[in-house]
Design a protein around this ligand. Sequence first.
Ligand code: PAF
Length: 276
Amino acid sequence: MREIRDDFPADLAGCVVVPTMGALHHGHTVLIRRAVAVAKARGTGAVVTIFVNPTQFNDPKDLDVYPRTFEADARMCREFGVAAVYAPTVGAVYPPGVEVPVGPIPAIASEPGLEDWFRPGHLEGVAQVVRRLFVMTSPSAAVFGEKDWQQYRLVADMSANEGLGIEILGEPTAREPDGLASSSRNVHLKGEAREQSVAISRGLRAAGVERTADGAEGTLREVLREAGIEYEYATVRDSRTLLPPTAGTTACRALVAAPVGGTRLIDNAPWPWDGE
Ligand code: PAF
């Protein structure tokens, strides 16, 4: 496996990329496995990018304390058969004096009133760095976790709207045995907060069997409230636009963001959902 820190080699163009900020955990292994399998089928390599992107952090303190575990990350990638880990410097991604474009930004980054509302500027930062990483690595496909549903749909819209010719593959959320969505933030959940956090996936499952979107939203909120969780949003939306469902909506998603014991968690599931 190659470890690349500066110029991305031309022979890896057409790779299947997994953009990450490192601190790889169980959730990432699912994305990496998919990328390796897709790359193999295409006769190319899987590349994991590791870059802690400063432009997507709302709080500079979060950026400072973001875990950096390159050695362990590289080891994991090697084990899973990744062709290369690409960990560019901030100067390579955002060269001094060069304006790295933020837009065009698809409507899904500003209209739904979900992550766009609660983390202003975050999705713009994601769009900026993902577009830049795509330019740097020239992939044929990229794998994103569906846990960050708004991010995943944003990148899919960006690739389609701009005709980037990069296939955006969503990978269903990896979960702990009790249902909690895998996340690098889970290490901060201790004792009571860890127990409380399970109410999020429980709420999504309970909402999943309701017959109407309104009923699903009501059930989801009730489960969260009963667990003492004050959510930022807990809602059922059109899965493509993330706007409230209309008569033309063909698929929905139930989505939650909530601070639990001081840790902000997000999760989502298809609605209806059988819990699998
Ligand atoms: O989901 C993430 O880890 C990041 O938002 C991403 C897509 C790597 C962009 O920095």
